[in-house]
Design a protein around this ligand. Sequence first.
Ligand code: NAD
Length: 461
Amino acid sequence: MGSVPEEEKAPGFGDLLSDLREVYESGRTQDLEWRQSQLRGLIRLLEEEEEEIFDALHEDLGKHRLEAFRDEVGVLKKSVVDKLQNLKNWAAPEKAHTPLVAFPATALVVPEPLGVVLIFSCWNLPIGLALEPLSGALAAGNAAVVKPSELAPSTSAFLAANIPKYLDSKAVKVVEGGPEVGDKLMDHPWDKVLFTGSSRVGRLIMTKAAKHLTPVALELGSKCPCIVDWLDSNRDSQVAVNRITGAKWSTCSGQACIAIDYLLVEEEFAPILIEMLKSTLERFFTRPEYMARILNEKHFQRLSGFLADRRVASSVVHGGHFNPKTLSIEPTLLLNPPLDSDIMTEEIFGPLLPIITVKKIEDSIKFLKSKPKPLAIYAFTRNEKLKQRIIDETSSGSVTFNDAIVQYGLESIPFGGVGFGQYHGKYSFEMFSHKKAVFKRSFLIEFMFRYPPWDEIKMGM
Ligand code: NAD
């Protein structure tokens, strides 16, 4: 064990970090059996505490238990089971090609844990956004700290009480608290930080991480567009509308980073689409408790603030009722709000859905290319040429055709934005691993032309 670096003694969390580093340095977390036991512990936590999780999510966000199962417990359990089944393969050294000139030699890529990592999670999927990265960190053999969002206090308390019960409490810690606690945690030199939250705080995290050159992965927000093509079949159009309605309003009331932010549709299809959305909303949300609550007054004010712009308010074609007492907002459709208004320049993160019309559906590609790269692009279409153009000509964390949000539940594909890290499934393991290059040579053959005195003829030049 090396001595504790000076900066880890900074007031705040220095002791916590040095305790974790001591556990990590002991080698315990790197042992494959330890990693598997932690994954099994996570599965038991999800199974045995399922009801408590549902209660916490209901208290924090009014999430229905079936939504909580679909988006958090169910998806997560599937993903942790996948890690448990595949960990041995993922952790095994991978053989790499060696050139003839190096013969005899072996090249390997050996995954190694990073050390002690810090995970900031967000309040909208407060179980999944804490435990999916944690499962990756533990599978990769790290010691870890989870800092849940203070804005989902019941879930935060649940994690603080239960993680030590099911996981190695010396190697995995939960630190509860708000921005000041997050800020203090960032005073220390972590081996990696994964942050899920707003771009504003993401910038602060990156700035503080720079002091120690701590590697950072940022899972931020964006405006995810959804192209809806004319499908020429009532049945398929209804399937598309079911999926759009479910993705937008039954996933935390649109408070999801990959929620559909706005639709792009041809002018003449817009009135039909609006009617179909209205009737589907009526069929799906027969009880108020089928939609999660807006998180808090601040977010309620932020969302109602979009309609303070009179141009935006006059574009409402359905809904638009806000109840400050219950913090509920009716599913709201807006037709062509001005493109320079806040609702079209900021991430909505709530149950408001602008519909933007284009002359031809192909025009939507130009529209997308004029915007920042989103986390996800969705398109409902049977037009293969259009699909290929979206893949080839646009950039985003993911592209999903003929569905929305469900890509989040696939552990076989990476999840994240462009450029700041990706996780889920094997990618969660990779997020918290370093691929160490190992090159082994023998003493057998020795080519003297690689050393001075230089001889161009012997070098074959
Ligand atoms: P936020 O950015 O305010 O907070 C996120 C976390 O950072 C919390 O744990 C919080 O306590 C902590 N924090 C806040 N201020 C801090 C500071 N100064 N120093 C250190 N830590 C601090 O969260 P928010 O704005 O309520 O979250 C919503 C955003 O998160 C949206 O933009 C949404 O799209 C995004 N999001 C992204 C994903 C994703 O996977 N890409 C998932 C969920 C949410």
